[in-house]
Design a protein around this ligand. Structure first.
Ligand code: 13P
Ligand code: SF4
Length: 373
């Protein structure tokens, strides 16, 4: 019965769109591929005593990282988003690199790529709004084919994901017949569809070793691959994809931090080049870096990764001093409070994946999740 209702809604929408009609004004509704939703008016976004009062508890968490003069700009959006999120029965997933006003202000679930993929399988609600980049939204859609998955700006890409195509992998498989392909989740659905199993920076070594072969093709992050190679005997065949944020760090700049204060702790993400990781006291995924800081409580730390993450952790551990080399990910920063609100009101931009690709792309993610590494 449910699928019949969905089919009817979908067909109705297709009819309206095919006729070139605006479904919002015509039907007092908004349409996505799976459903027709009631229209919601864009609320007035205004700093009022009620907004101040009702967002006071959120500001209390953010006061160390957002100056009070900026709060009147964020708070009305946070207030409106949290209200409309309930009306839409939506859940907001946010990556650790999202800005603090999103991470602490409106997200229901936060985490690294692996945590977000796992939590996407358990997401409740009719709608998922992915505050992260496009490959993360695709992963959520692959794991939730019957839910509406929205990304507030579909141009939020990733230099790693755009470094390789499905056709490239097909050629590699011809060159190395029988060698399994492990693909970092920072990749498009098209690439995942050619893959045996996915990995993230949290579980890459375990995934590589789970295959029981002496060689694997490991794509597309060359630096993550080089790091994993230091931890396993399995021979990795690498691709030359790089993260445009992490490749900008240098060993030299980290030595300068340490020369200025030898007590400083340096922790780095494995997407960084080898000379950077050589300077690090700890290397791990974003979630592992956060755990490390929360558990060890160093007096001073340099988090060698996207800059917003340090602000997100700083909000929770005011006793730690963060020295921030501020490399921002331009793609992650395309997600903003105004476009999250727009997304929830107008139910855009919907993430859609060709069903034939989706069917194949889902498998390597499920294999990774089932590995439980
Ligand atoms: P993780 O959060 O999985 O460590 O990934 C970092 C990253 O660059 C995501 O784009
Ligand atoms: Fe891609 Fe790097 Fe941005 Fe992560 S930080 S989304 S890997 S470009």
């Amino acid at each position: 019965m449910a699928s019949m209702q969905q089919a009817t809604a979908h067909d109705a929408t297709k009819g309206l769109v095919a006729a070139g009609l605006n479904t919002q004004t015509l039907a007092g509704s908004v349409a996505t591929s799976t459903r027709i939703w009631p229209a919601i008016d864009m609320p007035e976004v205004k700093w009022t005593p009620a907004v101040e009062r009702e967002t006071a508890a959120i500001y209390e968490r953010l006061k160390n990282v957002i100056p009070s003069v900026e709060w009147p700009f964020h708070a009305p959006y946070i207030h409106a988003i949290n209200r409309i999120k309930k009306q839409r029965n939506a859940v907001i997933l946010a990556h650790n690199y999202q800005a603090p006003e999103i991470f602490h202000g409106v997200a229901d679930v936060v985490g690294d790529s692996l945590q977000l993929a796992r939590l996407a399988t358990k997401a409740e609600g009719d709608v998922i709004v992915q505050c992260g980049v496009h490959f993360m939204a695709e992963t959520s859609k692959l794991l939730n084919p019957h839910r509406t998955v929205l990304i507030p700006d579909s141009r939020a890409g990733c230099s790693l994901a755009s470094s390789i195509t499905g056709a490239d992998i097909r050629l590699l498989k011809q060159r190395y017949p029988g060698v399994p392909v492990v693909t970092y989740v920072n990749s498009t659905a098209d690439v995942k569809a050619e893959t045996d199993i996915c990995c993230t920076s949290s579980n890459a070594v375990q995934v590589v070793e789970s295959l029981g072969t002496d060689r694997v093709i490991f794509l597309p992050d060359e630096y993550l691959g080089k790091y994993v190679q230091t931890l396993t005997k399995v021979k990795l065949i690498l691709w030359k994809g790089h993260c445009e944020v992490h490749e900008r760090f240098t060993g030299e700049e980290l030595r300068a931090y340490r020369d200025a204060d030898p007590s400083v702790q340096i922790i780095a993400h494995p997407e960084c080049p080898p000379d950077v990781l050589a300077e690090a006291d700890f290397t791990g995924s974003t979630a592992h870096m956060i755990d490390w800081v929360k558990t060890r409580r160093p007096a001073k730390v340099v988090m060698v990764t996207e800059c917003s993450m340090a602000s997100n952790v700083a909000a929770e551990v005011p006793d730690v001093e963060f020295i921030k080399p501020c490399n921002l990910c331009p793609h992650m920063k395309m997600i903003t409070l105004p476009n999250i609100l727009h997304s929830l009101v107008y139910m855009t931009e919907e993430v859609l994946i060709d069903p034939a690709i989706a069917e194949r792309a889902r498998l390597p993610i499920e294999r990774m999740i089932n590995l439980n590494a």
